[in-house]
Design a binder for this molecule. Structure first.
Ligand SMILES: Cc1cc2nc3c(=O)[nH]c(=O)nc-3n(C[C@H](O)[C@H](O)[C@H](O)COP(=O)(O)OP(=O)(O)OC[C@H]3O[C@@H](n4cnc5c(N)ncnc54)[C@H](O)[C@@H]3O)c2cc1C
Length: 484
């Protein structure tokens, strides 16, 4: 049979012409839609509320793709990155009073960010001491001499029992992390179930964790066991050797804040407190304390959960549930020169010094003193300290400055945080970031800001570091049950 009769040939010709035309049209439409989406991205007005690490990074990453406006309530940017300038007899000193230290394995994004900005960092000392009941018990982990600074502890059964439990806990952490029960319980429950003694809890683990999270022992006891143990393991806190090297920023964290805000230029609006955020039909209205209002296409919250709940109007049930699952608690900080707040024995003086009145869970506040000369290698022979909720108040004449900080407090509800966040993230153009979305540290702040920027179209930037950072925090939700 001859298929080449004219009608067929005509039809194929027609079909091929139609196909070419369709293909051209698709290509053309694709080009139009690509240029439209690029245009859309370029014209998109994005508001960022809060200039801590999470607000700074999201603004900085999106600055070339959108019209970004960063609003900061305070006269200075940086949030918890807060460096004080002190006139010392040896010259001006830059002393950090908030964010101070990071390490490379657990801060992959922050390390990359500092590298890209050319921010200089140097190794720091992360020694830790405990001083309880006004010096009744004092020890530090730096050496055998500081561990047994009080010689009577060499034969004190309770102290030796604590050391035995530390070794037991450290040795079994990897196995404990695979325990399916871990996902459901608080830290206290978990420690009781594993027969770890009360001295281990109140004289070692809660002080150390309290100092790390700036959180009172009672709240540390409520911490979700799984994420706690994972954090301790990741940070090498269960290793006697092979702990990560910690770093601090040269001239204080202001060095990176100044660099980023310089790049952001006129997008930064200081002393500009947002008082209300309201979703409209296709724009979001932002109101300011001075009664002005502005409209945006996207809004990124980079402030604390309690503040978001205050200013976000008509939040959804899911948003309220997310924001209420990480409350904040207030801590007073003093930058001062009063050595009386430090442990009595100079042998145990460390970079981080925890103190408590009672060796129990009753303390409602955490008290930590950072010895800044040790942490930042200050170029002076005068001692400087940053004390959070000091038990002994530093003498007025020795106080340089005071600060009110707020820290996120994690509990068993925080286990389901990531799932809750996924449900609301980007809904009606409202985004959430902040250290509270992770463990509460700088890497969590930067990761959350990068995640929002990626969701808003950022591509091919720090892919490897983002993966690494996410896996460090990822909690296996399959292990999380009823507690959430
Ligand atoms: C004393 C101290 C020491 C710390 N040390 C370390 C450390 O060594 N390493 C580490 O990794 N982490 C440390 N942290 C944890 C630290 O909190 C986080 O690392 C991180 O800096 C928090 O960033 P963020 O962006 O979530 O919030 P923040 O830095 O708190 O920023 C929130 C910003 O939002 C602004 N804001 C609030 N409400 C409004 C509003 N209505 N309108 C406009 N702006 C608003 C605030 O003024 C603030 O600037 C420390 C914290 C403290 C307090």
């Amino acid at each position: 049979m001859n298929n080449n009769f004219p009608g067929f040939i005509d039809l194929s010709l027609h079909l091929s012409t139609i196909c070419t035309t369709i293909n051209r049209t698709i290509l053309h439409n694709k080009q139009i839609s690509m240029s439209l989406s690029l245009q859309k991205l370029n014209n998109r007005k994005v508001a960022v509320i809060g200039s801590g690490i999470s607000g700074l990074i999201s603004s900085w990453l999106l600055r070339d793709q959108a019209e970004v406006s960063l609003f900061e309530a305070e006269a200075r940017c940086g949030g918890h990155s807060n460096t004080a300038r002190v006139e010392d007899t040896y010259g001006e000193l830059s002393i950090d009073t908030g964010f101070m230290v990071f390490n490379r394995p657990n801060y992959p994004l922050l390390s990359k960010f500092f590298e890209e900005l050319g921010v200089e960092t140097y190794p720091t000392d992360m020694s830790f001491s405990v001083c309880l009941d006004g010096g009744k018990l004092e020890y530090a982990g730096n050496s055998l001499n500081s561990l047994f600074a009080q010689r009577k502890n060499i034969i004190r059964p309770s102290f030796l029992g604590m050391l035995r439990d530390i070794l037991k806990f450290n040795a079994s952490v990897k196995k404990l992390m695979r325990d399916p029960k871990l996902g459901n319980v608080s830290l206290q429950q978990f420690l009781d179930d594993n027969s770890l003694g009360s001295q281990f809890k109140t004289n070692y683990l809660y002080p150390m964790a309290g100092a790390i999270w700036s959180c009172p022992p009672k709240k540390i006891a409520d911490f979700p066991a799984l994420s706690f143990v994972k954090f301790f393991n990741n940070h090498g806190l269960v290793n006697i050797f092979n702990r990560p090297e910690w770093y601090t920023v040269k001239n204080g964290s202001k060095s990176y804040v100044e660099r980023v805000t310089k790049d952001l230029g006129s997008s930064v609006n200081r002393s500009c407190r947002v008082s209300g955020v309201r979703r409209g039909v296709d724009k979001i209205e932002i109101c300011f304390e001075d009664k002005r209002n502005l409209f945006f296409d996207e809004v990124i919250f980079a402030c604390h959960t309690d503040e978001i709940l205050k200013i976000l109007q008509n939040p959804s049930k899911e948003e309220v549930s997310l924001l209420q699952s990480v409350p904040y608690q207030s801590n007073k900080a003093f930058l001062h020169r009063d050595e009386k707040v430090m442990p009595e024995s100079k042998k145990v003086w460390s970079s981080w010094n925890y103190s408590a009145r009672k060796t129990s869970l009753e303390n409602s506040e955490v008290s930590v003193t950072y010895w800044m000369n040790s942490l930042q290698q200050l170029n002076t022979s005068n001692n400087y300290f940053v004390s959070l909720n000091p038990i002994k108040m530093p003498k007025d004449s020795l106080i340089e400055s005071e600060y009110q900080y707020h820290h996120p407090v994690f509990n068993s509800q925080s286990n389901s945080l990531q799932d809750k966040l996924k449900k609301v993230q980007g809904k009606e153009k409202i985004w959430f970031c902040g250290a509270w979305t992770g463990y509460g540290f700088h890497e969590d702040g930067i990761r959350s800001g990068v995640a929002v920027a990626r969701a808003l179209g950022l591509k091919n930037k720090w892919e490897k570091e983002f993966e690494e950072s996410s896996s460090l925090h990822k909690i296996e939700t399959s292990k999380i049950g009823a507690a959430a």
